[in-house]
Design a binder for this molecule. Structure first.
Ligand SMILES: [Ca+2]
Ligand SMILES: [Ca+2]
Ligand SMILES: [Ca+2]
Length: 379
């Protein structure tokens, strides 16, 4: 029931539903105002489209494409006009340069307003040097009766056009070095505690549809000894949103704003019984930027309170560790529950850790007949 309830809660604050907003967008009728032509000569290839008759919704012209180079300047010629009667309207075009599925205001090529017939509109634009290589979309829209500019690329209205074309960008950013775009490419968290940093403002797309903001996917496999897992984005540069899901998409936990660190997100979830889980980092709304992520776990049977006179140093440890206040049998267990090392008669000597992989280990020992566990981190 908990999973069901949180899934419903998430559905309630979905804002829009797809990359490039292609559903419930555009004109609801085919008559009157319409884009009559679009010409864009690229570095190679040309888009040369003649409009009319009108099309309801987003007119999918993504089979038409041209190639643009990041850093170069081009001119697009658009005839805002009509397929029938002439009425006042406004027009605009965008290219999704960072390929995040959002036509951002900063990605506008130019605007038009008037009552057709008006002269051909020519927008000269420079493809930003930081654009993402590969295929992305250009949208050209004309909206009859629109009250103000800029237009929304995702608006639904009665008369006009919304046309999508394909733009292939070269000489920009190669995103092959930016893993984590989706589950098939998730960043593997192989040991806890884990700290890293990321940035969703380039090379990531909107896959987790809670918000339009592009997301980064991390994956981890909780082990049976993990009692709870804590994920923190505290210290991030923008308003973050955090979700944990299982491979079926069931939401295990989510958080918008932490009690501890403002608009950054933070959560704790119960990994018991879970296999693979995905931790998804995105922004609130369209927000993007740099973030810090920290993931740590609490372990079953680790009592940190009742053994104050026990000292494990250094902790985290590198190649050796010393246990103060412990004599007798000591065992080291990894987070999979496997005993890695047992010392029968420990008496304060330095213990070599050269055979230990980096990670979390549980030390178990007994004092006057009571068993205790303590956590040791090997770096
Ligand atoms: Ca964009
Ligand atoms: Ca998202
Ligand atoms: Ca937030």
């Amino acid at each position: 029931m908990k999973i069901f309830a949180t899934t419903i809660a998430l559905l309630l604050f979905y804002h829009s539903y797809s990359q490039w907003c292609i559903t419930n967008v555009g004109p609801t009728t085919t008559v009157d105002s319409n884009v009559q032509s679009v010409v864009l000569v690229g570095s190679s290839g040309t888009i040369n489209f003649v409009g009319c008759p009108g099309v309801v919704g987003v007119q999918d012209l993504t089979s038409l494409s041209t190639n643009l180079n990041a850093g170069s300047t081009y001119t697009i010629s658009i005839q805002f006009g009509t397929c029938d009667g002439n009425y006042s309207g406004k027009g605009q075009a965008w290219i999704d340069y960072n390929s995040d599925g959002i036509f951002d205001p900063a990605e506008s090529l130019g605007t038009w307003e008037g009552i057709p017939p008006t002269p051909l509109s020519t927008f000269t634009f420079t493809v930003p040097a930081g654009s993402q290589n590969g295929a992305t979309r250009m949208r050209v829209t004309q909206q009859e009766g629109a009250s103000s500019l800029p237009l929304s690329p995702c608006a639904s209205f009665a008369w006009g056009s919304v046309m999508d074309f394909t733009i292939n960008i070269s000489n920009g950013i190669d995103c092959s070095g930016y893993p984590g775009d989706f589950t098939n490419d998730a960043i593997a968290v192989t040991s806890l505690p884990y700290t890293s940093s990321g940035d969703n403002s380039i090379c990531y797309s909107n896959q987790n549809l809670v918000y339009n903001s592009p997301d980064l996917y991390y994956q981890l496999n909780p082990t049976p000894l993990m009692q709870s897992i804590h994920v923190s984005l505290c210290g991030s540069s923008f308003d973050t949103f955090l979700t944990v899901v299982d491979p079926q998409g069931n939401v295990l936990a989510f958080n918008d704003d932490s009690d501890n660190c403002g608009t950054s997100s933070e959560l704790t979830f119960d990994p018991q019984g879970q296999g693979l889980v995905y931790v998804i980092v995105e922004g609130w709304g369209n927000e993007t930027g740099a973030f810090d992520i920290a993931i740590d776990a609490n372990y079953l049977g680790v009592d940190e309170n009742e053994t104050d006179n026990i000292l494990i140093y250094p902790n985290p440890a590198n190649d050796k560790v010393t246990l103060q206040g412990i004599v007798g049998q000591v065992s080291f267990t990894n987070v999979d529950g496997k005993v890695i090392k047992t010392i029968q008669n420990y008496s304060g000597q330095s213990i070599s850790l050269v055979d230990f992989n980096p990670g979390v280990y549980i030390l178990t020992f007994s004092i006057v007949g009571t068993n205790y566990s303590k956590k040791l981190i090997v770096r």
